[in-house]
Design a protein around this ligand. Structure first.
Ligand SMILES: C[S@@+](CC[C@H](N)C(=O)[O-])C[C@H]1O[C@@H](n2cnc3c(N)ncnc32)[C@H](O)[C@@H]1O
Length: 218
C-alpha cells in the first residue's frame, strides 16, 4: 500500500483542482455523493460535511437539515461560499476553513458527520475518523463514501499502478476497507452498521459507523 498523502500535496492539488473541480468531478462522483447525503438526511438534524469542497452536495440537502461544512482548502471553500451567496441554500449555516485532524467543535455537536471522497486523502485517516467520532452525538452516524481498493484481480492491479501516478493530483485509488474496519474495531464505541456499493457500476462504497448511544461493554 502507498503511504498516506501528505497535507502539503493535498493542499497544492486542491488549489489546482478548485477552478475545474465541479466540471470534472461533479458528474463522475454525483451518485456516490447523493447516496451519502441521502443516508445523512435519514439521520437528519445537524450535519457536518468534512471536506465539503466546493459545496457540490448542497443540492442534495433541504430545510429539514442544518449543514456545516469544513475544508482545509481556501480555494475550494471560496467556491462553496459563492454557492451559499446565491441564497439557494439557507440550510447551509456555515463553511469554515479547518483541518479535519483537529476540529474546533465541542464533543457531540452533530447528529451526523459525512465525508464524501475525503477519508482516503487525509494525512492520518484514523485520526480523522476519531475526530468525526468525537464530534458526533451518541447515537449519531458517520457516513463515508469513497472508491476503496478492489484488493484482487485486474482492478486491484490497475489501482496499485495508478496509486503512485495520481498522488500529485491528490487522488488515492488503493485505500482498503480493512483499514476503516480496523479503526472501528479499535474504538469501543464505534459500530460498523453498513457497507454497500453504490452506482455507477459499484465503483464507490458507502460505509456507515454509528457512535453507540451509551458506552458499550469492553
Ligand atoms: C475529492 S474532494 C471532495 C469534495 C466534496 N466532498 C465532494 O464530494 O465534492 C476532497 C476534499 O477534501 C479536502 N480535504 C483533504 N484533506 C483535508 C483535511 N485534512 N481537512 C479538511 N479538508 C480536507 C480537500 O481540500 C478537498 O476539498
Amino acid at each position: 500500500m502507498t503511504p498516506d498523502l501528505e497535507k502539503t500535496i493535498v493542499e497544492t492539488a486542491y488549489a489546482r483542482w478548485a477552478p475545474i473541480y465541479d466540471a470534472v468531478c461533479g458528474p463522475v462522483m454525483v451518485k456516490g455523493r447523493r447516496a451519502a447525503a441521502a443516508a445523512a438526511r435519514s439521520v437528519g438534524g445537524k450535519i457536518l460535511e468534512v471536506g465539503v469542497g466546493t459545496g457540490l452536495s448542497f443540492d442534495d440537502y433541504d430545510n429539514t437539515t442544518e449543514i456545516t461544512g469544513i475544508d482545509m482548502s481556501a480555494p475550494m471553500l471560496e467556491k462553496a461560499r459563492a454557492r451559499m451567496a446565491t441564497g439557494r441554500y439557507p440550510f447551509v449555516r456555515q463553511v469554515l476553513q479547518m483541518d479535519a485532524h483537529r476540529m474546533t467543535f465541542a464533543d457531540a455537536t452533530f447528529d451526523c458527520v459525512v465525508a464524501q471522497f475525503v477519508i482516503t486523502l487525509v494525512e492520518n485517516p484514523e485520526q480523522v475518523l476519531s475526530e468525526c467520532h468525537r464530534v458526533v452525538k451518541p447515537g449519531g452516524r458517520i457516513i463515508l463514501v469513497n472508491h476503496l481498493y478492489s484488493e484482487v484481480g485486474v482492478a486491484a492491479a490497475v489501482e496499485r499502478w495508478a496509486a503512485q501516478r495520481t498522488r500529485a493530483l491528490g487522488l488515492r485509488p488503493e485505500f482498503p476497507f480493512a483499514r476503516l474496519q480496523a479503526w472501528a474495531q479499535s474504538n469501543e464505541n464505534a459500530i460498523l452498521v453498513e457497507r454497500r456499493k453504490v452506482a455507477p457500476f459499484g465503483i464507490y462504497t458507502l460505509v456507515c459507523f454509528e457512535r453507540a448511544a451509551s458506552p458499550l461493554a469492553a
